[in-house]
Design a protein around this ligand. Structure first.
Ligand SMILES: [Zn+2]
Length: 94
């Protein structure tokens, strides 16, 4: 098990966005049904973007790539400083 300090410093550096594209495309459908949650169904219900969960959000690289690929995302991280960083970066980019 990693200590909090070693985990924080290891995750402080963001990964290249290209490393996130293939796992997101392979593991998350572009859209899901708002009624049953399945990517393919006969519900005729409206569609919603696929949802990416990143339980080790770090600087938010996966969330940014997910958004660029049309998916929604939920990110969780142990440290508050990492949680704030992608929000600030997104505001500056907008
Ligand atoms: Zn459905």
């Amino acid at each position: 098990m990693l200590s909090q300090d070693s985990g924080s410093s290891a995750r402080a550096k963001s990964e290249p966005e290209t490393t996130q594209v293939t796992p997101i495309l392979a593991g998350c459908p572009p859209t899901t049904c708002t009624n049953c949650g399945k990517p393919d169904c006969d519900c005729q219900a409206p569609r919603q973007p696929g949802l990416v969960l990143d339980p080790f959000m770090g600087t938010g690289t996966t969330a940014r790539v997910a958004r660029r690929l049309g998916r929604d995302s939920i990110g969780i991280d142990l440290t508050r400083e990492h949680f704030i960083a992608p929000t600030r970066a997104d505001r500056e980019a907008a």
